[in-house]
Design a protein around this ligand. Sequence first.
Ligand code: ZN
Length: 224
Amino acid sequence: MPLDWLPTEQTTQDATNADCRIRFSRLLPESADNQRNDHAHGTPNLSEPPRIEQDMSRLTILEFPDPRLRSKARPVTTADFTPAFQTLLDDMFETMYAAPGIGLAASQVDVHLRFMVIDISEEKNEPRVFINPEILSKDGQTTYQEGCLSVPGIFADVNRADRIRVRALDRHGEPYELDADGLLAICIQHEMDHLDGRLFVDYLSPLKRDLVKKRLAKQRRGAA
Ligand code: ZN
């Protein structure tokens, strides 16, 4: 099974929701340090007319080769743990489950902070949040055919560490450590790559990556 990601007939058109993007724009790094206090937390953006949306909580997933996927995310700080941040986490889970996928990094929904959500369970009942994740140790090697919600319909073998120990914060800011192997270890490494602006297609040869770009462009023309 592919990773953050999932399968072939996936469409992202239904995920568009500009309101959510506006709602979370204060989490973006460009507006972060200087302007973060310009908006009181939870204050609606009054410059936008209110709109009723069916899928309020589905976020738009950026797709390769969107340059925003190349941004390096900044660490989450104490000030980021707002009610809006908790809502964003919930919305990311909903977006990931709906895609469907088993992992989603904040970078993929144009929020350039270091966190990601993962659930590799069949029943979708083991949600995991990794905030400011760090890999403490790596062991072994494994090859897996990966896919990515930001590179729809494309799958390729990628080599990763087979076992990792990770340190992160949970959604409430509590630190924890986790030993992961197999699919979970692969998924964590894939999502952490997103936070550094790296995509699984970067592990392919330039020639193959170019083919991927052309195939995606063709898919989009076909879908239009
Ligand atoms: Zn991905």
